[in-house]
Design a protein around this ligand. Sequence first.
Ligand code: ZN
Length: 76
Amino acid sequence: MKLDLPESITLNCPSCKSEYLAIDEYKIVSCQTCSLKIHKDELINQNNLEEKINIEQLSKDLTKEIQKIFKGKNWK
Ligand SMILES: [Zn+2]
């Protein structure tokens, strides 16, 4: 088993968030922490998806905060 994930991309296990991942010749990534097996493309998709959700959640929270500030100042 050899590690050939590009160093510029940090991928995390979608199950336990571990960065200790190994990839085999069939591009199947195995988590060294919880033994989860997932295809490399699928893993990259999952990691990208999580990033997107976090940004959406962040902008929602920000909108709520702004609304609170406006309410406190009697701005409608
Ligand atoms: Zn894992």
